[in-house]
Design a protein around this ligand. Structure first.
Ligand code: ADP
Ligand code: MG
Length: 619
């Protein structure tokens, strides 16, 4: 028996035994060794279960010729070695309870499966023994264990994977691809186990080397994530730590402005097990829906710990899928905690683009801007000339200050005769507007910086936030079209739009079916002015199609708001006068999340004067 409980090695392993037949039949069955990376996954999981604090993996020629996994875990005795390669022999389900699994393994099938498609050799030494043993299995047949030598733990060696099944060999990809797939597996397992040191090499070069870290839970986690995902993630990550009814969610999530084209940078773990689960991805998407464009994906590493019995991992033999007893609860926990963290981050935009592209440019630094802005809010409104508060744009309704704001007006601002700058505005974070360049960028200055604002991105966020607020309060103002618009649409898109008829009503749309394949639009939100209704309706239909049935209504509404905001916003390419520019900047200071547009792009870049001086060699 190999029960490790002394010191470092915290093994959850009891005695290996054959599982009773009734239990075997309830375990999700199936082939798990599809390729070298799947063998590596099973072996490394075994080492983690064995309480190892160090795991070294070698994979030669993409796993075709040789793979070894060596650990310093609890090891196995002579008898256990022989048993370990039998089917359904495991030390990990001590009380036959499939709803309470505390180990990564539980099926007792990995070693025999790998042994049946390779030449395998396991050398091991049980913690409480002075003797080491080695067992050799070829084509699934095991010889008697032989005395061997190994200092501690277990070493599994796999040669000539799939040698007896040439068909499988043919499906293997290039050496590099197979190696990278295995590297992904190891990285994921390493993310969940910062207290274990890992190395991964191709026999010549070590491509993963991760030191074990101990200490504060979140700190060690972040250190390991930074080692695996890169320093950039660490610098732009928000910590998550929350709990609901026994579910504990921890981890780190990237700022919305650090986003990617695919969801492959989203790492989700349930009880330390890397999981690919639609529900979890959907929840992450929901949480970010206000901040990141639909075709962009945030970067997250989230660890969910579940109470006993709340989740079933016995769904798929590869153990990468789960079933939740209460999916709604889990979704709520994830969406809620992520949204909170994002809201608290205010409008901190990631430093990534500016540091990478501009070197010294400092976009909105690392300070949550809303608290900083709020002190300016009441003042700016009182000094704002009423006319300056009106962008003469169709979205006018959504960006003029409310009645009470404009009542408190006084226009005492002093204009510097030389610079033409309204001096009071220099105090504001986004400063006094100076000019507009390329009919797209507003250039302004405050006391310490030069600021460049993307007027379309900025205004889009403003319209979006106002629209959300209006939706919560008394609804969006609508306008009746003089001539109703008829939109021809594919049947499936038409049906999808009509399903959402009531929700479209909330946004100020009146839509109805108009014979086969056509839609009649009688009313639109007034913020749209004379926007191109045909194109907008088609875009909305596409949005709904992309989102699919699994998206929640809330996410859909958010997406619709985003599309409308885009249509109702000041276009790039439209000339603004100084008053309009200042009005836009003041409005941004007064609006949550205004550091990024709804697609997660930054709305402005701040170039500190000291950095400018450095650029010119003055410092
Ligand atoms: P499972 O992990 O589902 O139990 P495996 O076939 O992967 O099934 O392993 C069978 C048994 O062999 C395990 O339950 C464990 O007791 C033992 N074992 C496998 N690998 C190791 C290891 N690296 N260190 C110690 N024991 C191991
Ligand atoms: Mg296993």
């Amino acid at each position: 028996m190999a029960l490790a409980d002394n010191g470092d090695n915290q093994s959850l392993i009891g005695v290996i035994r054959r599982l009773p037949e009734g239990l075997v039949n309830r375990i999700a069955a199936g082939e798990v060794i599809e390729r070298p990376a799947s063998a590596i996954k099973e072996l490394v999981e075994n080492s983690i279960d064995a309480g190892a604090s160090r795991i070294d993996v070698i994979m030669r020629e993409g796993g075709r010729t040789l793979m070894t996994v060596t650990d310093n875990g609890c090891g196995m005795s002579r008898e256990e070695l022989s048993l370990s390669i039998e089917r359904h022999a495991t030390s990990k389900l001590p009380d036959d309870n499939l709803t309470q699994i505390n180990t990564l393994g539980f099926r007792g099938e990995a070693l025999p499966s790998i042994a049946s498609v390779s030449r395998m050799e396991i050398t091991s030494r049980s913690l409480d023994s002075d003797d080491a043993w080695k067992i050799i299995i070829e084509g699934g047949l095991a010889a008697e264990p032989l005395p061997a030598s190994i200092k501690t733990g277990t070493r599994v060696e796999i040669r000539d994977l799939f040698y007896a099944t040439p068909a499988r060999l043919k499906f293997l990809k290039t050496v590099r691809t197979e190696f990278n797939l295995a590297a992904d597996v190891i990285r994921k397992l390493a993310m969940a186990n910062p207290d274990i040191a890992f190395t991964f090499s191709d026999g010549e070069r070590t491509s993963i080397r991760l030191n074990a870290t101990q200490g504060d839970f979140l700190k060690t986690k972040l250190a390991r994530l930074a080692d695996v995902m890169g320093q950039e993630f660490k610098n732009n990550a928000l910590a998550i730590q929350s709990e609901r009814e026994g579910f504990v969610l921890t981890g780190f999530i990237g700022l919305p402005t650090m986003n990617r084209r695919t969801s492959s940078h989203q790492f989700l773990f349930i009880d330390s097990r890397p999981i690919r689960d639609k529900l979890l991805y959907g929840a992450v998407r929901g949480a970010y829906s206000d901040f990141v464009a639909y075709d962009r994906h945030p970067i997250v590493a989230l660890f969910l710990n579940t109470p006993p019995g709340a989740v079933d991992v016995n769904v798929h033999p590869a153990k990468t899928e789960v079933r939740f007893q209460e999916p709604g609860l889990v979704r709520g926990l994830i969406v809620g905690s992520l949204k909170n963290a994002l809201a608290e981050a205010g409008h901190r935009a990631s430093s990534t683009v500016s540091t990478a592209a501009l070197g010294v440019f400092n976009r909105s630094a690392n300070t949550p801007i809303n608290p900083r802005f709020s002190q300016y809010t009441s003042r700016h409104i009182s000094t704002l000339p009423p006319s300056a508060s009106k962008l003469k744009e169709t979205a006018y309704e959504f960006q003029k200050p409310s009645e009470s704001d404009s009542l408190a007006s006084s226009s005492e601002e002093t204009v510097d005769p030389h610079t033409g700058v309204i001096e009071d505005y220099l105090q504001f974070p986004l400063g006094a507007a100076k000019t507009q360049l390329h009919a797209t960028y507003i250039v302004s200055q405050n006391k310490n910086s030069i600021i460049i604002t993307d007027q379309h991105a900025a205004h889009e966020r403003l319209v979006y936030e106002k629209m959300k607020k209006a939706l919560q309060n008394d609804g969006i103002k609508r306008q009746i079209l003089l001539i109703p618009e008829i939109v021809d649409l594919e049947e499936s898109k038409l049906a999808r739009l009509l399903e959402q008829q009531i929700d479209f009503g909330k946004f100020g749309f009146s839509i109805d079916e108009f014979g086969p394949g056509a839609l009649i639009v009688r009313e639109v939100p007034s913020l749209l002015g004379d926007a191109d209704i045909q194109t907008l309706i088609r875009d909305l239909a596409d949005d709904l199609e992309d989102m699919g049935a699994s998206t929640t209504l809330e996410d859909k509404l958010g997406q619709i708001c985003g599309t409308l905001a885009c249509y109702g916003s000041v276009r790039a390419g439209r000339s603004l006068n100084i008053e309009e520019m200042n009005a836009l900047l003041r409005e941004m200071e007064n609006t949550p999340h205004s550091g990024q547009c709804n697609h997660g792009r930054p709305t402005y870049i701040e170039l500190n004067l000291t950095d400018v001086e450095r650029l010119f060699g003055r410092r």
